[in-house]
Design a protein around this ligand. Structure first.
Ligand code: SF4
Ligand code: SF4
Length: 185
């Protein structure tokens, strides 16, 4: 039969020598490798007491951003959903009513906003597509869950804490992320 690739190698069938047949040299070789590792630096990080440094380009759980006055930045324009290659984002837009100016920056806002974390590949395209600095990928992992439905994050779970009412939690969620200037429509 013709092979599909040229990667096949013929296996040597030569009989084992005496040393090979007692396996001791191979066992000592393996033990020597184990012994050498006793003198190398331990790469284990004792989580959660110690935490590994994140790469500057690490992309974790999405956060829906607010401005300095605590208003939601998202205008439900849908650009993030269009940019998302995994079709993980869905939302419903709503019109801001009179008296809601302190809640939403723009005249339109996301009444619902969901991300399916089982679909998300953390590519960051939603953040890049957003013209309002309304979504960014934080330095937080998506926690493990037992139920698939719990991986669908709704707006309340994604929203950053309000900087006016909960400044400490807001700063923590922001992490080392530089504050960007948002553009009003
Ligand atoms: S990080 Fe990528 S895959 Fe995940 S929601 Fe954003 S655009 Fe979609
Ligand atoms: S997060 Fe940004 S891109 Fe997505 S709907 Fe809101 S404003 Fe538009």
């Amino acid at each position: 039969m013709q092979p599909l690739t040229n990667r096949a190698k013929s296996v040597s069938r030569k009989p084992l020598s005496f040393l090979e047949s007692i396996y001791l040299p191979a066992i000592f070789k393996g033990m020597l490798i184990t012994f050498k590792h006793m003198f190398t630096k331990n790469p284990t990080v004792y989580y959660p007491e110690k935490k590994r440094e994140f790469s500057p380009v690490f992309r974790g759980l999405q956060i829906l951003n607010r401005d300095e006055e605590g208003r939601e930045n998202c205008t439900a324009c849908g650009l993030c959903a269009v940019a998302c290659p995994a079709e993980a984002i869905t939302m419903e837009a709503a019109e801001r009513k009179i008296g809601e100016e302190h809640l939403y920056r723009e005249e339109k806002y996301a009444a619902t906003y969901e991300i399916n974390m089982l679909r998300c590949i953390f590519c960051g395209l939603c953040e890049e597509a957003c013209p309002k600095d309304a979504i960014y990928l934080s330095e937080t992992f998506t926690p493990a869950e037992y139920n698939r439905k719990q991986f669908i994050y709704n707006k309340q779970e994604l929203l950053i804490p309000n900087p006016i009412t909960n400044k400490e939690a807001y700063e923590k969620a922001l992490g080392n992320r530089p504050k960007k200037t948002t553009v009003n429509s």
